[in-house]
Design a protein. Structure first.
Length: 458
């Protein structure tokens, strides 16, 4: 909402000056928006570069400042002196840092609405988020068959890169993201600066669309607001071998998954990459800003019962929920309340017990909300119909996975869906899982080849 205290009204062509730049940043397109902000493509003449500008809502100034502090910490931890195999010391980037969005600059600006202050972050420009990618596949697939997710070869790459990013955030930065979900994972673009320039030049493929909305009355004055559609920078065509290689490729064949070698041999392969973005809710693992964390469908059981000692494991739970959703097109858990009968938390726990099995009473009772959900014997208070179903069963029966693929995929998801956070696998452990394929794959072509032999030294 663009009313006072909310978003800053921004127009294409607007200029934002930063104390760190000679020229102002000029606004080119609207890229997206979220609960806290609107996001714009900008250009700066100092270095003739494009970037993304996240203009935060006035009422979330404190949150925006925290986000900047964390992004700075992430920037500091991304590079380190590392010892190579040959005993040399090299200043190198952590491989997982490539999969976390980078802050370029920040400043604050005053809006027209009663002098509201808006914090602005200049970020590396990225492409569409995975929710909109999923939506495009969903639409395409519905007409074809019952399979409605993103092709499994792409899901595999996403899983690997998100886990790499989280390994960096968790182990190097001691941060918990707390809001891993498709909207917050963005696609990287090849040769991003030239790529953006080419798209702007061909504006028919990427128009800056105005929306005609009736003017609103703000402070008694007529004001035109929200005049642009969000237009993410278009994703380049995905390599055909990633689309068709897996058993759930659009050709719907049951051919074996393509190897990393055939992937990089492919002419149109550009190294599909993703980055974790939106650190607006991230928090140090040991110093929480709030206990009310995560978006409902991706919320870990320890957060549902409101334990106060949650940590990095909550992100791993979300990864499993998200990866399942990308592959199937459906939420793994999608709790509903029923008036007069049960709340969302009750249904959420019931759904978790159905898929993950029942669990110890000690685990159930550790949180502030435990007694609202469970009785003293550890049974759900408000729901008694539980229909257990294994992940493998769910994948074969509801999503037509062939049994072998279902089982293999389930063995990957299961360690991330352990209800006991101390038993849940970490990002580092998950990266060793063989469902992800060979450890060195084409999508890391731009990383130092021998990064695995590096020892990270403080
Ligand atoms: P919020 O904190 O308000 O949720 P996000 O950081 O999630 O804001 O950004 C909102 C949306 O803006 C994202 O879902 C994405 O579509 C777009 N966006 C965010 N960051 C970038 C970026 N660096 N490059 C391109 N688009 C972005
Ligand atoms: Mg967001």
């Amino acid at each position: 909402d663009y009313a006072p205290g909310g978003y800053l009204p921004v127009k294409v062509g607007d200029a934002f000056s930063s104390p760190n730049r000679r020229h102002p940043y000029t606004v080119i397109r609207k890229l997206g928006w979220g609960h806290f902000s609107t996001v714009w493509l900008i250009h700066n003449k100092d270095d003739d570069r494009y970037a993304a500008l996240k203009v935060c809502s006035a009422k979330y100034g404190a949150t925006a400042r925290d986000e900047i502090l964390l992004l700075e910490k992430v920037r500091k931890r991304a590079y380190k002196n590392v010892k190579t195999r040959h005993g040399h010391t090299e200043f190198a980037q952590h491989p997982g840092a490539r999969h976390v969005v980078a802050l370029i600059d920040y400043f604050s600006t005053r809006g027209r609405n009663r002098g509201d202050e808006h914090i602005c972050m200049v970020l590396e420009p990225l492409g569409e988020n995975l929710l909109s990618l999923l939506d495009r596949f969903r639409r395409r697939r519905r007409s074809e068959s019952t399979l409605t997710g993103i092709p499994i070869e792409i899901v595999r790459i996403v899983a690997k890169q998100v886990l790499m990013g989280l390994q960096f955030l968790h182990d190097e930065c001691n941060l918990v993201h707390t809001d891993i979900k498709p909207e917050n994972i963005l696609v990287c673009l090849p040769n991003v600066q030239d790529y953006i320039e080419a798209h702007i030049a061909r504006s028919e493929t990427w128009p800056s669309q105005r929306v005609s909305v009736p003017p609103k009355h703000v402070d008694g004055r007529k004001q035109h607001v929200d005049m642009y559609h969000s237009q993410p920078i278009p994703t380049p065509p995905l390599p055909s071998n990633l689309l068709n290689g897996g058993w759930n490729g659009s050709a719907n064949t049951l051919s074996s998954t393509s190897s990393s070698r055939s992937r990089s041999r492919d002419g149109d392969f550009y190294g599909f990459n993703v980055q974790i973005s939106d650190l607006g809710n991230a928090t140090p693992a040991d110093k929480h800003f709030t206990e009310d964390i995560q978006t409902r469908q991706y919320r870990a059981p320890e957060a549902i019962i409101r334990r106060s000692d949650w940590g990095t494991a909550v992100d791993i739970w979300s990864v499993a929920c998200m990866i399942f959703e990308l592959a199937t097109g459906d939420h793994l858990f999608d709790p509903r309340s029923k008036r007069g009968s049960w709340e969302k938390d009750d249904d959420h726990m019931a759904q978790i017990i159905e898929v993950c099995g029942d669990f110890d009473i000690e685990l159930k009772m550790g949180g502030k909300f435990s007694r609202d959900i469970f009785n003293s014997r550890g049974q759900l208070r408000n729901i008694d119909k539980i229909k257990p179903i294994s992940l493998t069963q769910l994948l074969t029966e509801t999503y037509n996975y062939p049994p072998r693929e279902a089982k293999h995929f389930a063995t990957f998801l299961e360690p991330m869906l352990r209800v006991d956070p101390s038993m849940r696998s970490t990002a580092a452990e998950m990266l060793l899982h063989e469902w992800l394929g060979p450890r060195e794959t084409g999508d890391y072509s731009r990383l130092p080849q021998s990064y695995e032999s590096y020892e990270w030294s403080g």
